[in-house]
Design a protein around this ligand. Structure first.
Ligand SMILES: CC(C)(COP(=O)(O)OP(=O)(O)OC[C@H]1O[C@@H](n2cnc3c(N)ncnc32)[C@H](O)[C@@H]1OP(=O)(O)O)[C@@H](O)C(=O)NCCC(=O)NCCS
Length: 186
């Protein structure tokens, strides 16, 4: 990860109008079938992760107005098993925006497909998407404009996660550089 744009280049960039959170918020719903199970008979975590990535990708594309790629996925939590016959709802929204990247927060809910009991939360995840141009190079995104107190809380929490992600990457890069300088080839 490099900080490619200089301050002078950033000053020359035209302003992009911000977009409210609600403009790209999306829900993807899917009924789980026997094709989705693991060896225990419950739904495979990878199936849920695919739905999470799909929903988050739709949100990132809508918010940024073009293609966006998954840069990272973290804090995927599986809270309850998902079963065959569950109707799964994957709710995603942009929590935070940087210059070319967006954090998308996702909540996964499940309810029996043929019962009227309320859906329960079975998972959550945070993903970072980078908006890219036709050459796959990062491009600027509109700033997200949080609209509710919950959106504002999510924005602030996403900033904390962003700080930690950058610090962790920097620390690991520095450690590897130090080890390489000491002659380790691992
Ligand atoms: C994501 C990608 C476009 C970043 O390109 P890059 O040359 O490293 O560009 P930058 O360093 O300028 O990063 C672009 C933005 O993404 C963010 N970013 C890049 N890698 C990241 C990571 N691992 N975690 C979180 N954010 C990341 C940067 O912080 C930057 O955000 P900002 O502009 O808001 O500050 C590039 O690594 C890529 O194409 N990866 C493959 C993506 C893909 O194919 N995903 C699907 C997997 S099958």
């Amino acid at each position: 990860m490099t900080d490619q744009a200089t301050d002078a280049e950033r000053d020359m960039e035209p302003e992009i109008p911000g977009k409210p959170t609600s403009a790209s918020r999306t829900t993807l719903s899917h009924i789980m079938t026997h094709n989705d199970t693991n060896l225990l008979g419950t739904v495979h975590g990878g199936v849920i992760m695919k739905l999470v990535d799909d929903a988050a990708g739709a949100v990132a594309g809508r918010h940024s107005g073009g293609p966006a790629v998954t840069a990272s996925m973290d804090e995927m939590a599986f809270l309850e098993p998902v079963r065959v016959g569950d109707l799964v709802h994957v709710k995603a929204q942009v929590n935070w925006t940087g210059r070319t990247s967006m954090e998308v927060g996702v909540r996964v809910l499940a309810e029996r497909w043929n019962e009227s009991a309320p859906a329960t939360q079975v998972g959550s995840a945070y993903l970072v998407f980078a908006a890219v141009d036709a050459d796959g190079k990062p491009r600027r995104v509109p700033a997200v404009v949080p609209e509710t107190d919950r959106d504002r809380r999510r924005y602030q929490e996403a900033q904390i996660r962003r700080t930690h992600r950058l610090a962790r990457r920097r620390a690991i890069r520095e450690l590897r550089e130090r080890r390489a300088a000491e002659g380790f080839e691992d």
